[in-house]
Design a protein. Sequence first.
Lengths: 136, 107
Amino acid sequence: MNATSVETRSVIVEREIAHPPEKIWRALTQPHLIEAWLMKSDFKPVIGHRFDFRTEWGAIDCRVVAVEPNRTLTYTWAARGLESIVTWTLTPSAAGTHLRMEQSGFRPDQEQAYQGAKAGWRRFFNQLDQSLAQAD
Amino acid sequence: MPPSHDMLFKTLADPTRRGIFERLCREGEQTVGALTAWAGVSQPAVSKHLGVLKQTGLVLDRHEGRQTHYSAKLDALAPLTDWTSQMAGFWQSRFDDLEDLLKRMDQ
C-alpha cells in the first residue's frame, strides 16, 4: 500500500447562475423541484434526515449533513458501495448566484468497485485485466 | 479529442469486434491475416472491424512491407475508467437541467 491508496478525489462543478440564491435553494431542497432537474427523492432539509434518490438502475442512499438556508447544503451520497459527500455552496454574485457543487471522498478502490459494476461491464473489464496480466 | 462513451460502447458492443480487440489486448500485435484465421469471418469483415476500432482510437496500425500489423491502444479506454470525469459530466448536465428549471420557476 502506498500513500495514494488512501487519498480521496473530488469533483467540483461551478457556475454563475442568473437567479437569486433563495430561488436556487428552493430548487435544491423541494422534492418536486429536485425531481425536475436531478432525481426523484424524499429529501427534507433537516440534518440527519435519510433519503434516497431513485433512478432506473437503483437507489442512491443519502443523509443530510448540513443545512444553512440559501447558503450551503451537504449530504452523503452512497451508490453501489461508493460513498461520497455532496456539498452545495450558494454565494450571491453580481449576476445572481455563484453555485458550486463539490462531490468528494472517492477513494481509488471505490472507483474501481463502481466501475466494475457499472452497466454490466464487470465481466468485460475482468477479462481485459486477465488479458493484460497474461500479456505481461 | 478522446472518443465519447457512446462511441466506445458502440464500437465494443459488436461481439466480433470486441473479440478482435480483446485478442489484441491478450496477444499483442497481430496481422490482419492472423486475426482473420482466428476470427472465423472473412478478411474484408475483419478489416472493416479494425477500421472501426482504429477510428475510435482503440487500435493502432503499423505497415510493414505488404502486411499491416494492429495493436490495442488501451489508453483509449480511459474515459470509461475515469470516475471523476464521468461524475463531472453527470453534474454538468444536472446544472443544465437546473438552469432550465429555474427559468420555468416563479420568483
